[in-house]
Design a protein around this ligand. Structure first.
Ligand SMILES: [Zn+2]
Length: 181
């Protein structure tokens, strides 16, 4: 996969306009890049402070759900792809080594149904669509994103409501490389 080596941020930012998060990440500290970054930080801080309570809850419900999925043929990898919870966390919960989890982690795991048989399983497209929207707002073109996602055609075909877990995972990796530290 082409994502093994994260793209060089400076190179990616070369042709981007000022006033984008990516340009800031690449080291530009001009006024509008700083403003773009401040906007990003503010909205992220707001999201985390206004969000739902995300304290620790006992891992038991998540563990039972993982075991139930496992009996139905949904393995750790498929659960990870469908929930965006790391495989090692799923292992620890499953084995009982981890006795508490974040509420958000529990929510994500409980939301996985036994439809998640493989990377080809369909999952809600909402998260991926949000990430694509953020990338487009930051100056990437659809053609460029399609190319980076390994699509043959330059059109960005993302399902309206559901997409394959594999595609969502690719978009998430790209998003994390381009938009986060
Ligand atoms: Zn700048």
């Amino acid at each position: 996969m082409q994502f093994r080596n994260p793209p060089n941020v400076a190179k990616l930012a070369e042709n981007k306009p000022h006033g984008t998060r990516l340009k800031y990440k690449a080291g530009c500290r001009c006024l509008i890049c700083r403003a773009a970054n401040a906007r990003y930080e503010t909205s992220r801080a707001r999201a985390s402070s206004s969000g739902n309570w995300n304290g620790l809850v006992p891992a038991e419900a998540a563990r039972k759900h993982i075991l139930k999925l496992s009996r139905r043929g949904v393995g750790r990898r498929a659960i990870a792809a469908a929930s965006d919870v790391a495989e090692r966390v799923i292992s620890r919960i499953r084995s009982g080594r981890q006795s508490n989890v974040r509420k958000s982690t529990e929510d994500k795991l409980l939301a996985v149904s036994d439809q998640a048989q493989s990377d080809g399983a369909l999952i809600p497209a909402h998260g991926a669509r949000k990430q694509i929207k953020a990338l487009l707002a930051d100056g990437f073109t659809k053609a460029e994103l399609a190319r980076r996602l390994g699509y043959r055609s330059p059109s960005l075909q993302i399902g309206k409501t559901r997409i394959q877990a594999r595609t969502a995972a690719r978009i998430d990796r790209l998003f994390r490389v381009l938009m986060k530290e």
